[in-house]
Design a protein around this ligand. Structure first.
Ligand SMILES: Nc1ncnc2c1ncn2[C@@H]1O[C@H](COP(=O)(O)OP(=O)(O)OP(=O)(O)O)[C@@H](O)[C@H]1O
Ligand SMILES: [Mg+2]
Length: 481
């Protein structure tokens, strides 16, 4: 639990989120925050591991420096060790198919295991997997655009109520200033980016109306204006109108709401500017920027648009879209905002894990197995290299064991005993032996289905090494005040 200087409280187990909150001054510490962030961008998961590995590599480097080895020699050996580690990782990785939904769910479950919402992983993991699979072409895709997966958060109920919606969710109610329908079947939906209200005078200007005739004329003008902008909407047969939010004036005036309600047109106001593209892709409609260009051809179609009650207000759901784009919405629920936010971060991690597999279709076992195996094989490789470089590589290999060490420690096991046992089993050829956190002992981690994408592990090693070698190349800190 982190409480910030602004009084905000965050409960999280996400490495990048924790580090982002740190108020740091030391440049090396700031590099660690950037490192975690880079891992978040590159792979989305493993943001804790990357910093733990970098820390361990730095500690090992410090030992080597104490022995009088030149920092450039260490940096060089580290870089070579990292390249070798990536080859070893690739060698132990197993190929995965995007059509294998169960394997993908296992990956998502592993990433959710360490989260506060781990109890809900049986619900959240399939949601994350299905969300990604619905937005890509399983046969040909090699990346996922997470912009096509919209996450909507709504307080109330529990995380258990989180759902995947093939359509759109608006986190607010429909417009009811003048009554108006709250649901619509066989919806013909238009998305407009202009206001249904009369233009306002400039800020500095004021209009003084001092007799009844003038009031009458102003009202007549307003009515004529509103009727002019509403006419094309009514003529097109549109029955659901999505209106972009406006900060300059009312997006929908009372008069406009009244006319639309009379024609039984449902109005959903307050559509955010940044959601326009997502909505247009999802509904297959074209946003309309001016009433003169309102055209029935620009509308989208859905079976149902309805207002749904939640304990903390209404939401609007659009489902059964006729020509859906490759987009989905995940509606996250939770009993308090801290839980909702953490659920969002965890779902994001799970989505990223699946995305990592789409990018690189290989997985490695978890539970410290890959780090132990890489450590072991790298150590053997270092023997063949020999000399100062070999010595540094060996230290690098040992440093990677920090992952199984930490996992064992966190599981309440004896880290030294577990790491030595792991090393022994891997030396005997058990490449998938890992720490089974549930059983509290070392088992074949593949049998437990604890899997993670290769990209997460390889990017951890790559980024951590780069960060450490950069630090090693610093000769001196010159503080200019
Ligand atoms: N059921 C499990 N058994 C053994 N190890 C597990 C299990 N689930 C996850 N792990 C291991 O836990 C580690 C991941 O832990 P965690 O998710 O807390 O950190 P991270 O992924 O590095 O960072 P973050 O999730 O904060 O971005 C991986 O090494 C993974 O193999
Ligand atoms: Mg993780």
């Amino acid at each position: 639990m982190i409480t910030t200087s602004t009084g905000e409280t965050i409960i999280t187990n996400d490495g990048a989120t924790i580090l982002k909150q740190m108020e740091l001054k030391h440049p090396a510490a700031m590099m660690m925050v950037d490192l975690s962030h880079s891992q978040d961008v590159e792979a989305g998961d493993g943001t804790t591991s990357v910093v733990v590995i970098a820390g361990s590599l730095l500690r090992a480097a410090s030992g080597l420096l104490d022995k009088g080895i030149h920092p450039m020699t260490i940096a060089d050996a580290y870089r070579k060790a990292s390249e070798q580690s990536l080859l070893i990782l690739k060698d132990i990785a197993v190929p995965a198919q995007l059509s294998d939904r169960k394997a993908l769910i296992n990956l998502a479950v592993t990433s959710l295991n360490s989260k506060i919402v781990s109890a809900n992983s049986s619900l959240l993991a399939p949601i994350a997997v299905d969300a990604v699979l619905k937005t890509i072409d399983v046969k040909s895709s090699n990346n996922v655009d997470l912009k096509n997966i919209k996450i909507v958060k709504k307080l109330g109920a529990t995380v258990e109520e989180t759902e995947l919606i093939e359509g759109i969710v608006f986190e607010h109610a429909a417009e009811h200033k003048a009554g108006g329908p709250s649901s619509c079947k066989a919806a013909k939906i238009a998305l407009i980016q202009y206001c249904l209200s009369s233009p306002k005078p400039n800020m500095e200007h004021s209009v003084v109306i001092d007799d009844y005739q003038q009031i009458d004329r102003a009202l007549r003008e307003e009515r004529a204006y509103i009727l002019k902008v509403i006419k094309p909407i009514i003529k097109s047969g549109c029955n659901v109108l999505l209106v972009q939010k406006s900060i300059l004036r009312d997006a929908v005036s009372e008069l406009a709401a009244h006319y639309l309600a009379k024609k039984n047109i449902m109005v959903v106001p307050e559509v955010e500017r940044e959601d326009i593209e997502f909505i247009a892709t999802t509904l297959g409609c074209i946003p309309i920027a001016d009433s003169d260009y309102f055209d029935a051809k620009k509308m989208g179609y859905a079976d149902l648009v309805e207002e749904v009650n939640t304990p903390v207000g209404k939401i609007v759901k659009v489902t059964g879209v006729k020509n859906p784009g490759r987009t989905v919405t995940i509606l996250i629920r939770g009993s308090n905002w801290m839980m909702v936010d953490e659920a969002e971060r965890s779902v994001h991690d799970a989505l990223c894990v699946v995305r990592s597999l789409v990018k690189q279709k290989f997985m490695v076992p978890g539970g410290g197995a890959p780090e132990t195996e890489v450590g072991l094989q790298l150590s053997r490789h270092a023997d063949t290299v020999g000399g100062m470089a070999g010595f540094c590589m060996k230290a690098y290999a040992r440093a990677l064991e920090v992952i199984p060490y930490t996992l064992a420690e966190n599981a309440g096991l004896s880290p030294v005993a577990v790491v030595t046992e792991l090393r022994r089993r891997h030396a005997q050829g058990e490449r998938t032996a890992g720490i089974n956190l549930k059983k509290g002992k070392i088992t074949d981690i593949l049998e437990e289905n604890v899997l993670q994408p290769l990209l997460v592990s390889s990017s951890c090693i790559k980024l951590a090494t780069e960060c450490v070698t950069t630090i090693l190349k610093v000769d001196e800190i010159v503080a200019i005040r």
